[in-house]
Design a protein around this ligand. Structure first.
Ligand code: SF4
Length: 201
Protein backbone atom coordinates (compact mmCIF):
# COMPACT_ATOMS: atom_id res chain seq x y z
CA UNK A 1 0.00 0.00 0.00
CA UNK A 2 1.42 3.31 -1.00
CA UNK A 3 2.13 5.60 1.91
CA UNK A 4 1.00 9.14 1.28
CA UNK A 5 3.54 11.62 2.60
CA UNK A 6 2.50 15.19 3.18
CA UNK A 7 5.05 17.94 2.73
CA UNK A 8 5.64 19.82 6.00
CA UNK A 9 6.00 23.37 4.78
CA UNK A 10 3.13 25.30 6.34
CA UNK A 11 3.91 27.64 9.23
CA UNK A 12 1.12 25.91 11.16
CA UNK A 13 3.01 22.62 10.84
CA UNK A 14 5.96 24.23 12.59
CA UNK A 15 3.81 25.25 15.55
CA UNK A 16 2.74 28.78 14.64
CA UNK A 17 -0.44 29.51 16.60
CA UNK A 18 -2.70 31.51 14.37
CA UNK A 19 -6.40 32.26 14.51
CA UNK A 20 -7.34 29.50 12.12
CA UNK A 21 -5.86 26.86 14.47
CA UNK A 22 -8.27 27.97 17.18
CA UNK A 23 -11.33 27.50 15.00
CA UNK A 24 -13.38 24.43 15.93
CA UNK A 25 -13.20 21.83 13.18
CA UNK A 26 -15.87 19.50 14.58
CA UNK A 27 -19.39 19.90 15.85
CA UNK A 28 -22.23 22.21 14.83
CA UNK A 29 -20.17 25.41 14.90
CA UNK A 30 -17.30 23.96 12.91
CA UNK A 31 -15.99 26.15 10.15
CA UNK A 32 -13.07 25.62 7.89
CA UNK A 33 -10.46 28.01 6.59
CA UNK A 34 -11.73 30.86 4.49
CA UNK A 35 -10.53 31.73 1.00
CA UNK A 36 -7.93 34.14 2.41
CA UNK A 37 -6.58 31.48 4.77
CA UNK A 38 -6.29 28.97 1.95
CA UNK A 39 -4.42 31.55 -0.15
CA UNK A 40 -1.98 32.16 2.73
CA UNK A 41 -1.40 28.40 2.97
CA UNK A 42 -0.54 28.14 -0.71
CA UNK A 43 1.77 31.15 -0.36
CA UNK A 44 3.58 29.44 2.54
CA UNK A 45 3.96 26.35 0.36
CA UNK A 46 5.56 28.45 -2.38
CA UNK A 47 7.94 30.35 -0.07
CA UNK A 48 11.39 29.06 0.82
CA UNK A 49 11.73 29.34 4.58
CA UNK A 50 15.25 29.88 5.90
CA UNK A 51 16.98 31.10 9.01
CA UNK A 52 18.71 34.45 9.26
CA UNK A 53 22.02 32.70 9.99
CA UNK A 54 21.77 30.74 6.74
CA UNK A 55 20.93 33.90 4.79
CA UNK A 56 23.92 35.73 6.31
CA UNK A 57 26.25 32.81 5.54
CA UNK A 58 24.99 32.74 1.96
CA UNK A 59 25.60 36.48 1.59
CA UNK A 60 29.11 36.15 3.06
CA UNK A 61 30.09 33.56 0.48
CA UNK A 62 28.78 35.72 -2.35
CA UNK A 63 30.84 38.77 -1.39
CA UNK A 64 34.06 37.37 0.09
CA UNK A 65 36.68 39.88 -0.98
CA UNK A 66 40.30 38.66 -1.02
CA UNK A 67 43.19 40.80 0.16
CA UNK A 68 45.78 41.77 -2.45
CA UNK A 69 48.62 39.72 -1.04
CA UNK A 70 51.03 37.79 -3.29
CA UNK A 71 54.32 36.36 -2.05
CA UNK A 72 55.96 34.21 -4.75
CA UNK A 73 55.32 32.10 -7.86
CA UNK A 74 51.94 30.89 -6.55
CA UNK A 75 50.73 34.50 -6.70
CA UNK A 76 50.87 34.41 -10.52
CA UNK A 77 48.37 31.53 -10.48
CA UNK A 78 46.25 33.39 -7.94
CA UNK A 79 46.14 36.53 -10.08
CA UNK A 80 44.74 34.61 -13.02
CA UNK A 81 41.54 33.68 -11.17
CA UNK A 82 40.18 37.14 -11.91
CA UNK A 83 40.72 36.69 -15.66
CA UNK A 84 37.87 35.95 -18.03
CA UNK A 85 39.02 32.31 -18.32
CA UNK A 86 38.41 31.55 -14.61
CA UNK A 87 36.12 34.47 -13.77
CA UNK A 88 36.01 34.59 -9.98
CA UNK A 89 33.39 37.32 -10.42
CA UNK A 90 30.92 34.44 -10.60
CA UNK A 91 31.22 34.31 -6.81
CA UNK A 92 31.22 38.09 -6.29
CA UNK A 93 34.93 37.87 -5.43
CA UNK A 94 36.67 39.73 -8.23
CA UNK A 95 37.35 42.78 -6.07
CA UNK A 96 40.78 42.12 -4.57
CA UNK A 97 41.12 44.81 -1.91
CA UNK A 98 44.28 46.77 -1.28
CA UNK A 99 43.27 47.48 2.30
CA UNK A 100 42.98 44.58 4.76
CA UNK A 101 40.14 46.46 6.44
CA UNK A 102 38.01 45.84 3.34
CA UNK A 103 39.00 42.18 2.88
CA UNK A 104 37.50 38.96 4.28
CA UNK A 105 39.87 36.43 2.77
CA UNK A 106 43.67 36.19 2.95
CA UNK A 107 45.11 33.93 0.25
CA UNK A 108 48.71 33.20 1.29
CA UNK A 109 50.14 32.48 -2.14
CA UNK A 110 53.78 31.48 -1.84
CA UNK A 111 56.55 30.87 0.64
CA UNK A 112 56.63 33.03 3.77
CA UNK A 113 60.14 33.98 4.83
CA UNK A 114 60.67 34.81 8.49
CA UNK A 115 61.20 38.45 7.59
CA UNK A 116 57.71 38.54 6.04
CA UNK A 117 55.97 36.73 8.92
CA UNK A 118 55.38 39.84 11.04
CA UNK A 119 53.89 41.95 8.19
CA UNK A 120 51.68 39.01 7.19
CA UNK A 121 50.37 38.69 10.74
CA UNK A 122 49.83 42.45 10.84
CA UNK A 123 47.75 42.31 7.64
CA UNK A 124 45.72 39.44 9.13
CA UNK A 125 45.16 41.35 12.38
CA UNK A 126 43.90 44.39 10.46
CA UNK A 127 41.21 42.37 8.67
CA UNK A 128 37.77 42.60 10.25
CA UNK A 129 35.95 39.51 11.46
CA UNK A 130 34.67 37.21 10.16
CA UNK A 131 37.80 36.45 8.11
CA UNK A 132 39.25 33.38 6.48
CA UNK A 133 42.69 32.21 5.35
CA UNK A 134 43.66 29.93 2.46
CA UNK A 135 47.21 28.53 2.41
CA UNK A 136 47.88 28.19 -1.31
CA UNK A 137 50.58 25.76 -2.42
CA UNK A 138 53.19 23.55 -0.79
CA UNK A 139 55.33 26.46 0.43
CA UNK A 140 52.54 28.28 2.27
CA UNK A 141 51.26 25.02 3.73
CA UNK A 142 54.52 23.46 4.86
CA UNK A 143 57.54 25.36 3.56
CA UNK A 144 57.61 23.14 0.47
CA UNK A 145 61.03 22.48 -0.97
CA UNK A 146 62.50 25.33 1.11
CA UNK A 147 63.37 23.33 4.19
CA UNK A 148 65.87 25.87 5.49
CA UNK A 149 66.33 28.51 8.15
CA UNK A 150 64.90 31.40 6.13
CA UNK A 151 61.43 30.06 5.34
CA UNK A 152 58.52 29.56 7.73
CA UNK A 153 57.58 25.87 7.66
CA UNK A 154 53.86 26.48 7.23
CA UNK A 155 51.87 29.70 7.56
CA UNK A 156 49.58 28.01 10.11
CA UNK A 157 52.33 28.68 12.64
CA UNK A 158 51.39 32.37 12.66
CA UNK A 159 47.75 32.56 11.43
CA UNK A 160 44.82 30.12 11.69
CA UNK A 161 44.29 28.48 8.28
CA UNK A 162 40.85 27.42 7.05
CA UNK A 163 41.80 25.68 3.79
CA UNK A 164 45.07 24.22 2.46
CA UNK A 165 45.40 23.97 -1.33
CA UNK A 166 48.07 21.42 -2.37
CA UNK A 167 50.38 21.74 -5.40
CA UNK A 168 53.50 23.51 -6.62
CA UNK A 169 52.05 25.68 -7.92
CA UNK A 170 48.38 24.77 -7.64
CA UNK A 171 46.59 25.55 -10.87
CA UNK A 172 43.90 28.26 -10.71
CA UNK A 173 41.30 25.47 -10.87
CA UNK A 174 42.74 24.04 -7.65
CA UNK A 175 42.54 27.41 -5.93
CA UNK A 176 38.93 27.79 -7.08
CA UNK A 177 38.25 24.30 -5.71
CA UNK A 178 39.65 25.48 -2.36
CA UNK A 179 37.49 28.61 -2.48
CA UNK A 180 34.38 26.52 -3.19
CA UNK A 181 35.24 24.19 -0.28
CA UNK A 182 35.57 27.28 1.94
CA UNK A 183 32.17 28.51 0.78
CA UNK A 184 30.69 25.12 1.64
CA UNK A 185 32.16 25.29 5.13
CA UNK A 186 30.75 28.77 5.71
CA UNK A 187 27.31 27.79 4.41
CA UNK A 188 27.35 24.68 6.61
CA UNK A 189 27.86 26.90 9.65
CA UNK A 190 31.48 25.91 10.36
CA UNK A 191 33.08 28.81 12.25
CA UNK A 192 36.32 30.41 10.97
CA UNK A 193 39.56 28.69 11.99
CA UNK A 194 40.43 31.33 14.60
CA UNK A 195 37.20 30.46 16.42
CA UNK A 196 37.85 26.71 16.31
CA UNK A 197 41.44 27.01 17.51
CA UNK A 198 40.60 29.70 20.03
CA UNK A 199 43.28 31.98 18.62
CA UNK A 200 42.80 35.60 19.55
CA UNK A 201 42.68 37.67 16.41
S1 SF4 B 1 54.51 26.10 -3.94
FE1 SF4 B 1 55.81 26.09 -5.77
S2 SF4 B 1 54.93 27.68 -7.07
FE2 SF4 B 1 54.15 28.03 -4.98
S3 SF4 B 1 55.56 29.47 -4.05
FE3 SF4 B 1 56.28 27.42 -3.55
S4 SF4 B 1 57.79 26.96 -5.15
FE4 SF4 B 1 56.56 28.67 -5.88
Amino acid sequence: MAIERKRKTRLADYGLQSERLLWPTKGPIAKGPGVFEREVESLEDALGLSTLAKAVAWAQTKSMWPDTFGLACCAIEMMSIVSSRYDIARFGMEAFRSSPRQADLLIVSGRVVHKMAAPLRQVYDQMLEPKWVIAMGACASSGGMFNNYTVLQGVDKIVPVDIHVPGCPPRPEALIEGIIRLHEKVQAGVPPAYDIRGVAS
